[in-house]
Design a protein around this ligand. Structure first.
Ligand code: GLC
Ligand code: CA
Length: 572
């Protein structure tokens, strides 16, 4: 196979920003765009190349901006279109690029398109959303099918006024757009994409990108007999017209040479994933697969207990996403966190005070050695961790968390044991952990705001904050900076190389090599809180090795410390 030409977005690291929680510039307790602008130098100093801004569009904020009321305006507490223009310009002035979140599977129910659509059955925009008549079972009105929404409950909402149901795969306030209608698609391209591309954005993270084509919408198989509503992800994801829609969308993107990274849940079939990201298919540049971040989750994500997975599973998930690019023209991504995930130190290592720094560095070293475009979520570069079990349920602001807690309360009639299990799971997995204010300093409200923030700031900002870590050579932040440099320096191996897992079934240590032509690196990661013997796998034992980097300043010769990671360069 000929090696495809390298594109700027391949060897880029992307820093994801959650506007509400990044930095508050005007003391109203909510982060904003001027706040982001004020920290661009900090972001640049980490060594990233691109920033990704989570939805900053005008929105009633039922799902933190993933319910867009107007694509062509900005949520006022965050700022204005003009502020965005300054942000774009200031990002470019520092040699970085900027991508936005493209949320076009659904809009807010307050979007003018939906207001028109719901106004009458013969409104010209009626068909811009997905309307269906009721089913009647024993004379009782029922939704058109049994699908469960992503935040629980039926994904159909009854509209009294026009006596039909509309589809919403997420909240009832997030009606799904009808991509089957070509006028709708054109309006999406113009309003949500071109409006911002013309203002200089360099691409998009594309929300729920594989859900636009819903297929025939028949009932889902019954997998949760206790519920009236059933998981249907395998039906509404990757529907029959997906590739046609994405090819069309790509024609708009191509005009601007824009990059795309699509969110691609419920797609375990690698052939399907490859079809989205293969260069010759001209669909998306890359996607976020869920193999790694879904490990240990229950059938309904929170129906599980913390650490309900083993290291072999974790390795396998990483291997799967790494192998996506083996011997073909596809591209992959590396990420452990985003605004929908709890903190990686808490999830995959240990957030105990004596281990959290080591854990943060271990994950940094691992990620920096994996192929694909790398994504870092705000605060991850500091090793921020989940908020503690002591915090009350009032501190969880996300609909996903509160809906789940309510569901368990209803089903168990408030059984204290079940409520404790539910809260334990939320403390480990809730999206809220990523959404607390960024820990800037040990000042009040973690230096995020002069006022009480919209979400409580972490108490441990006293010991884990950007200000302190910037001047501390042994901090997680300093380690990330070093790793991002090494990743660039050895990009053949780390960004583009082939991944080979060497110790599939080892429960404590994760060992892999990266290979590019005649170059090879060996990566060894101790995922336990105990020392482990340093063993060179048989595959590489005969080769001379030289230590490139360790998460420790003075690593032992024959042992790995708790949560220590190392990279060796091998001579062939
Ligand atoms: C994506 C977003 C998530 C949002 C959902 C609905 O999964 O990442 O935050 O709730 O889409 O738009
Ligand atoms: Ca503000």
């Amino acid at each position: 196979m000929t090696i495809p030409k390298r594109m700027w977005w391949q060897n880029s690291s992307v820093y994801q920003i959650y506007p509400a929680s990044f930095k508050d510039s005007n003391g109203d307790g909510v982060g904003d765009i001027p706040g982001i602008i004020s920290e661009l130098d900090y972001i640049q100093s980490i060594g990233v190349d691109v920033i990704w801004i989570c939805p900053m569009y005008d929105s009633p904020q039922v799902d933190m901006g993933y319910d867009v009321r107007d694509y062509e305006d900005v949520y006022r507490p965050y700022g204005t279109v003009q502020d965005m223009e300054v942000l774009i310009e200031q990002t470019h002035a520092r040699g970085m690029k900027i991508i936005l979140d493209l949320v076009v599977n659904h809009t807010s129910d307050q979007h003018k398109w939906f207001l028109e659509s719901r106004s009458s059955k013969n409104n010209p925009k009626r068909d811009w959303y997905i309307w269906r008549p009721a089913r009647y079972v024993d004379g009782q009105r029922k939704p058109p099918n049994n699908w469960i929404g992503n935040f629980g409950g039926s994904c159909w909402e009854w509209d009294e006024h026009t006596q039909e149901y509309y589809l919403h795969l997420f909240c009832p306030e997030q009606p799904d757009l009808n991509w089957e209608n070509s006028a709708t698609r054109q309006a999406i391209y113009d309003s949500a994409m071109e409006f911002w591309l013309q203002r200089g954005v360099d691409g998009f993270r594309v929300d729920t990108v594989n859900m636009y084509s819903k297929g025939d919408m028949v009932d889902a198989p019954i997998t949760d007999p206790k519920s009236e509503w059933q998981f249907a992800g395998f039906q509404y994801c990757n529907g029959p017209r997906m590739h046609e829609f994405l090819s069309e969308m790509n024609q708009v993107l191509q005009k601007y040479d824009a990059m795309t990274v699509g969110e691609c849940p419920h797609t375990p079939d690698m052939a399907k994933v490859l079809k989205y990201v293969s260069r010759k298919e001209k669909q998306l540049n890359m996607v976020f697969q869920f193999d790694v971040v879904d490990i240990g989750q229950g059938p309904y994500k929170f129906q599980t207990t913390p650490f309900n997975w083993g290291l072999p599973q974790f390795k396998h998930a990483i291997e799967t996403t790494q192998n996506l690019i083996r011997g073909n023209d596809g591209w992959t991504t590396v990420f452990l966190e985003n605004h929908d995930q709890s903190r990686s130190v808490s999830r995959f290592t240990s957030d105990a005070p004596q281990h959290r720094v080591a854990g943060g560095k271990l994950l940094s070293l691992m990620m920096s050695a994996l192929s694909g475009t790398m994504f870092i979520y705000q605060g991850q570069e500091l090793g921020m961790v989940n908020f503690p079990m002591e915090w009350s349920m009032d501190e969880y602001k996300d609909v996903d968390s509160s809906n789940y807690y309510k569901m368990v309360a209803d089903r168990s009639h408030n059984d204290p044991k079940e409520m404790h299990v539910a809260k334990t799971s939320l403390q480990h997995l809730a999206r809220d952990h990523a959404r607390v204010p960024m820990s800037w300093s040990d000042a009040p409200n973690a230096g995020f705001s002069a006022a009480k923030p919209w979400m409580r700031a972490l108490d441990d900002a006293a010991i884990c904050n950007a200000k302190q870590q910037q001047s501390d050579k042994s901090s997680v932040l300093s380690f990330w900076k070093r790793m991002l440099q090494l990743r660039k320096q050895y990009s053949d191996l780390f960004v583009f190389g082939e991944f080979d897992l060497l110790d599939k079934s080892n429960l404590e240590v994760f060992t892999f090599t990266k290979t590019w032509q005649n170059k090879k690196a060996l990566v060894v990661l101790n995922f336990t809180a105990e020392e482990q013997k340093l063993v060179y796998p048989t595959e590489v034992r005969s080769q001379k090795s030289e230590l490139l980097v360790s998460t420790l300043d003075t690593p032992a010769s024959d042992k790995l410390a708790a949560y220590e990671g190392r990279i060796f360069m091998l001579e062939s």
